[in-house]
Design a protein. Structure first.
Length: 525
């Protein structure tokens, strides 16, 4: 609770810092959606461009700014295309880099329970496919669905669903995925050179995002508390007593450590927010935002040397690490259930499942990034955020609660099948004294009960390892204070030995004196 209050105070500080700039004359991007932001910014942007045209007529009609818009209009309908999902074909398309086909197949799944998870991947795949307009709009829509899921999040109802199955709950998106959705909206706007849209996104963040995140945290905390309370419930105690009276005493592995770690904020989002304000020319907001969220070397972005311009290059590399099931590959543990009337025992099984994340087990080809400019300048990009760490924190938050729910399911399910097996054993003993036909029928029922006992937990207990898979693994940055001019930017993605895995060049990047230019590059290998 103290951390939540602390976060709320930080948010309040940010709001108070920004109060003095609530209605800047050149800023009309104050909507809750990208489309509204664009509409609100058009008059100010047109005025700004007209004035700049008078001052620098030759630089206000660069052909390169027309081309992306044309490409985005062509690519946008592809975001609506659907194809039948086939896992093998999806993996093959992903390996080939056919991201548009991957997105089409995910859209074709029609999995309502996991719709948000699939849409997060669709949005990210569109970004990888350079469909920045479709990706930005997609992330906006997907975030709205995440928030709607939070509003309808009833911890008690979710708990009931979780008691029957580890993955029986509707996917809502983790905290770090919500930050990433906002970050990628910014990345899309900056990739389209729409500094006005990026500024509008930041306005929305200050007004709404922290409140929504706190609401999600509170409901998740209640959900986890109810999982712990379930082990003290009458239902659980009754199930334990039934097992004990039948001669069964289930034992379980040690629980994972309960974690108090929180994904308080995203360093990547904080950096992009600072850059977005600066690129728009709002250096006051940029400086204050960078200071509040302790963005490293924010002064390099906000304090440009006289006669120079600033070029910030953002590099997204790899794909995010994946959580796994602690029970994966492990045999279920057995305990014998005695059936005295038949003078025999049959095995019951226990299997505890909860998510784990082993950072050392993750394989990422790209270990570092180097940025080179056409004027001969170069810089090793510094790491902004490793998103594997975000997954690790999220898993640590959820593991203890999921362990408790798994124990609950093991005990309750086994108590039900134990009663069924014992009843079937008594019926078999009685039927065997009547007739061969009655005995044969009773034997079938007994065998079914034994099968149910074996399968009640062992074959169905699975950890909830759902997540978005297509987010980047790391975000890095390199910055240059350079003379005004036009530059080609080459981004080299390097492996552990320093060998170039892939090199990407962004041509004709214009840098103006006293202004910040931003370019985003990505490599998914």
């Amino acid at each position: 609770m103290k951390k939540i209050i602390k976060t709320a105070v930080v948010s309040a500080v940010v709001l108070s810092l920004f109060a003095a700039y609530a209605a800047p004359k050149k800023d009309k991007a104050d909507s809750a959606s990208t489309e509204k932001v664009e509409a609100a910014e058009k008059p100010a942007k047109a005025k700004k461009e007209k004035q700049a045209k008078k001052e620098k007529p030759k630089k206000e009609k660069p052909a390169k700014k027309e081309k992306p818009a044309k490409k985005e209009k062509q690519a946008k309908p592809a975001a609506q295309k659907k194809a039948k999902f086939n896992e093998a074909e999806y993996n093959a398309a992903l390996e080939k880099g056919d991201y548009n086909m991957c997105a089409a197949m995910l859209l074709g799944k029609g999995d309502k329970k996991n719709e948000i998870r699939d849409l997060l991947d669709v949005d990210m795949l569109l970004y990888h496919d350079a469909n920045y307009q479709g990706s930005g709009k997609g992330f906006l829509d997907t975030y709205a669905k995440m928030q709607q899921a939070t509003v309808s999040f009833n911890a008690s109802e979710e708990g009931k669903a979780a008691k029957s199955s580890g993955v029986n709950r509707k996917y809502k998106g983790a905290e770090y995925e919500r930050y990433l959705a906002w970050s990628m909206r910014l990345a899309c706007a900056l990739s389209m050179e729409r500094d006005d849209v990026a500024k509008g996104i930041m306005n929305d963040y200050v007004g709404t995002f922290m409140q929504e995140i706190q609401e999600l945290r509170a409901k998740n905390a209640q959900f986890e508390a109810e999982a712990e309370a379930a082990l003290k419930s009458d239902e659980f105690k009754d199930a334990q007593e039934k097992l004990s009276s039948s001669g069964v005493n289930l034992s379980f592995v040690e629980p994972p450590k309960k974690s108090d770690e929180k994904y308080e904020s995203s360093p990547f989002f904080n950096y992009l927010g600072t850059v977005a304000y600066a690129a728009y020319g709002d250096f006051d907001h940029a400086e204050e935002f960078g200071a509040v969220y302790k963005v490293p070397r924010a002064d390099e972005i906000t304090k440009i040397p006289a006669g120079k311009g600033r070029l910030e290059v953002v590099a997204l590399s790899g794909m995010i690490g994946k959580r796994s099931d602690v029970s994966e590959g492990k045999e279920a543990q057995s305990v014998m259930l005695p059936i005295p009337v038949l003078n025999m025992s049959i095995p019951l099984y226990t299997k505890i499942a909860y998510p784990i994340f082993d950072k050392n087990a993750q394989t990422h080809n790209i270990k570092s990034v180097r940025v080179l400019l056409s004027n001969g300048a170069s810089s090793n990009a510094s790491l902004i955020e490793d998103f594997d760490e975000a997954v690790r924190i999220d898993v640590a938050q959820k593991a203890y609660g999921d362990y408790n729910r798994s124990v609950f399911r093991n005990v309750v399910k086994n108590s039900v099948v134990t009663a069924s097996v014992i009843a079937a054993g008594i019926a078999l003993d009685q039927a065997s004294q009547k007739s061969p036909l009655a005995a044969a029928i009773a034997q079938i029922a007994f065998n079914a009960s034994v099968d149910a006992a074996a399968n009640a937990v062992a074959n169905k207990e699975r950890a909830d390892v759902r997540q978005g898979f297509c987010f980047p693994n790391k975000a890095s940055r390199a910055g240059f204070s350079v003379a005004p001019g036009t530059y080609n930017v080459t981004v080299e993605y390097l492996d552990a030995s320093g060998k170039v895995v892939e090199s990407k060049t962004i041509e004709n990047v214009e840098v103006q004196a006293g202004k910040v230019s931003v370019r985003v590059s990505s490599c998914e290998k």
